[in-house]
Each structure stands twice: as structure tokens, then as C-alpha cells.
Design a protein around this ligand. Structure first.
Ligand SMILES: *Cc1c(COP(=O)(O)O)cnc(C)c1O
Length: 381
């Protein structure tokens, strides 16, 4: 019997095969016109992204991390500001406030949907107020693994304490809350086009989405060294954080397929749910929350997780742990938190989570193979 094809965790090659003509021709067009920096594809993509998610402005930039940077620089985040971030997230969420001299306040997450826990968030905002040393400035909500956070509740808290609400949607672009798409759920939303994200380019890239005209203008200026009306008229301190024309061209070729890719990701998640229900703890669903399914992440008993991961890999099923350590325990950040035991859910999750292959080119036989491998890995001792 022939060996089945290896299963990909994220299959960028299959995606390229599917859209090869559009992608090749988009790249060739840029090579012909030669406008590699801020070429016409960048503005076209920005218009298409804005209309895709129902935001007034999209500002393309060099990565998801720089998208967060643009937001916080434009909002004037700096020394003395407390920025509330989940501890169970990717590094960039905590890194950006620190780069600006602000203080990240790590918040615990919900054990079922992995997004910021509202009760803990409010407790920590109150603690900062009582402490009297820092100014509560903003909440950076992260839509972990693609599932939008509860923005209505977050917005109410932000209003109650007069802080800004921003969204780190690096994993959730393409998701929605009811009929409101990710990108229109917060004052400003950062997303990433890192190749393995739901909408990925062929290098680094990102975007900010906002409805605020003034914020959009300031972010456009910061992305290009703080320029004013003229290129050599510098009105603020900025960055070199532009999106490459080539990456914009690749994204424009992929964007028309993106909505149907999200539908397929949802079908893959439904199929996993059906096969793994009762075997492992499958990802939480929230009514009205449509995930972009950046990851399909199961929960396992902490004393079994690494053995299950090893068994899956031995069986030819790639899997990954996002994230093996919460931010408040990282050596670079731990002096901002209260150490071990202070955020128990984030600490427990880092020992329990395991993400399975997730991409829109998974076939039914592959999903069966993965589910069978999970069943036997969980069953074996
Ligand atoms: C990927 C990611 C980022 C950073 O995006 P880059 O494009 O890699 O800079 C930020 N936040 C979260 C939650 C992410 O998953």
C-alpha cells in the first residue's frame, strides 16, 4: 500500500497551486511597473480590505507587530500608561506597549474560549486605579486562535473606566460578531499577514483598520517616518513600517478567495468537532461569534499533552503548542507581573493546549486520519 501524502499543518503550497495564475500575474505586474515601495497595489488593497470588513480606513503596514505599534504610537501611549493585555497570547501583544515605555498589565483568560477574562480585567483596572501610580490607558483585546472576543462587554468596560479599546486581530481577520466583521469591532484593529495567518502574504505584512479619520491620518504619517504633507516635511517621530507593493499584490490575488476559505475552515472545524466530541475538549463555540479558525486548539489533561503530541507526530500528524508559556512568566516580562500562581488559567492552559492542522485545503480523508490519530493517542498510555 502506498503511503498517504504527508499532512501539512498549514498548506501554503496547495493554496499557491490553487491560485497560481492570479498570484504569478499579480507579482509579474509589480516587477514590470517597478513601483516596489507604495506602488498602486497598496492603495487598492487598502480599499479592498476596508470594504471587506466594513471599516472606513485600512492602513497597510510591515507586520502585525508594527500594526500594533502604529495604533499605540498614534494614540500617544507612553511612560506611565497601563495597557491591559491577556497573558495567554503571542509575544507581540505585550512587547509593543513595552517598546513605548508603557506598562503591560497582564490579565488572565477564560478557560474555555482563551480570550481575556472580563472579571479579571475589571479587577486589574481597579487595582491600577487604587495603586495610583499608573494611568489606565487602553485595553488590547486579542481574538485568540481566531475567535472574536466579547467586544460589547469590553466596550462597556472601556467606557466605564474611560480607556481606549483596541483589537489585536492578527489571528481573527475574516471572523465576525453577528454581521459586524473583525476590523470594525474596536476603535482600531491590528491584523497580520504573516504567511501562516488566515490571510497571509509571502513575507511579513499587516494592516490597521479604523473608522477614525484623524487616527488613520496619523498612522499613515507614522508609517512613513512621521511625514507631513510633503515627503521631507517631518511633523512627528515615525517608523519605516510600510507594506511592500509585492506583498500587497499577493494579498490582492488571495483576497477574492478569502471569504470562501473562511467557510471551508469552519467546515473543517465542524468536522473535527463531530469526530472529537467526547474524546478531547474541543474549542468553545460562542453564539454569534464567527471564528476565522487560525487554529483548531484542543485541551488535554496536562499530564498527557506532551505524550499525545509526540504520538501524533509519530503518526505523521503535525501539531503545535500555542503557547507553551504565558507572557507574565517570560523572563523578559516577568518583573511586570506577580509571577507563578498569579494568573492560574493562563498558566494551566499553557500545559493543556494542542493545535491540530488547520487550513482550507484539508481533505476529508485527512481529517479522518487526524481524528483517528488523536483518538488512538488519547487512548494509549
Ligand atoms: C502573529 C501575531 C502578532 C504579530 O504579527 P506579525 O505579523 O508576526 O508581527 C500579534 N499578535 C498576535 C496575537 C499574533 O498571533
Amino acid at each position: 500500500m502506498s503511503q498517504p501524502n504527508p499532512i501539512a499543518f498549514v498548506d501554503l503550497k496547495a493554496q499557491y497551486e490553487a491560485y497560481r495564475q492570479e498570484i504569478d500575474s499579480a507579482i509579474a505586474t509589480v516587477l514590470e511597473h517597478g513601483k516596489f515601495i507604495m506602488g498602486p497595489e497598496v492603495a487598492s488593497l487598502e480599499n479592498e480590505l476596508a470594504s471587506f470588513c466594513g471599516a472606513k480606513h485600512a492602513i497597510g503596514c510591515s507586520s502585525g507587530t508594527d500594526a500594533l505599534m502604529l495604533i499605540m504610537m498614534a494614540e500617544g501611549v507612553g511612560t506611565g500608561d497601563a495597557i491591559f493585555v491577556p497573558s495567554f497570547t503571542f509575544t507581540a501583544t505585550a512587547e509593543v506597549p513595552l517598546l513605548l515605555g508603557a506598562t503591560p498589565i497582564f490579565v488572565d483568560v477564560d478557560p474555555s474560549d482563551f480570550n481575556m477574562a472580563l472579571v479579571d480585567l475589571e479587577k486589574r483596572i481597579q487595582a491600577v486605579i487604587d495603586g495610583g501610580e499608573l494611568r489606565p490607558c487602553g485595553i488590547l483585546a486579542t481574538d485568540l486562535f481566531g475567535l472574536p472576543a466579547d467586544y460589547a462587554a469590553l466596550e462597556a468596560l472601556a467606557a466605564k473606566y474611560n480607556v481606549a479599546l483596541w483589537s489585536d486581530a492578527a489571528q481573527s481577520f475574516g471572523g465576525a460578531l453577528g454581521n459586524r466583521k473583525v476590523g470594525s469591532l474596536a476603535r482600531a484593529t491590528a491584523t497580520s499577514f504573516f504567511p501562516a495567518k488566515p490571510l497571509g502574504c509571502y513575507g511579513d505584512g499587516g494592516a490597521v483598520l479604523t473608522n477614525d479619520d484623524e487616527l488613520a491620518d496619523v498612522m499613515k504619517s507614522i508609517r512613513a517616518h512621521g511625514k507631513g504633507g510633503e515627503k521631507y516635511d517631518i511633523v512627528r517621530v515615525g517608523l519605516n513600517a510600510r507594506l511592500d507593493t509585492l506583498q500587497a499584490a499577493v494579498l490582492r490575488a488571495k483576497l477574492p478567495h478569502f471569504a470562501s476559505e473562511i467557510e471551508v475552515r469552519n467546515r473543517v472545524a465542524d468536522a473535527y468537532d463531530a469526530k472529537l466530541n467526547g474524546v478531547v475538549e474541543t474549542p468553545a463555540r460562542r453564539r454569534g461569534h464567527q471564528s476565522a479558525w487560525a487554529q483548531y486548539t484542543i485541551k488535554l489533561p496536562a499530564d498527557r499533552r506532551d505524550a499525545v503530541a509526540a504520538a501524533l507526530k509519530a503518526d505523521g500528524v503535525p501539531c503545535a503548542v500555542y503557547y507553551p508559556m504565558p507572557m507574565h512568566l517570560q523572563s523578559a516580562y516577568r518583573h511586570f507581573g506577580d509571577g507563578e500562581g498569579s494568573l492560574p488559567v493562563s498558566e494551566a492552559l499553557s500545559g493543556q493546549v494542542l493545535s491540530l492542522p488547520m487550513h482550507p485545503f484539508l481533505t476529508e480523508p485527512e481529517i479522518d486520519r487526524i481524528a483517528d490519530a488523536v483518538k488512538s493517542a488519547v487512548g494509549s498510555r
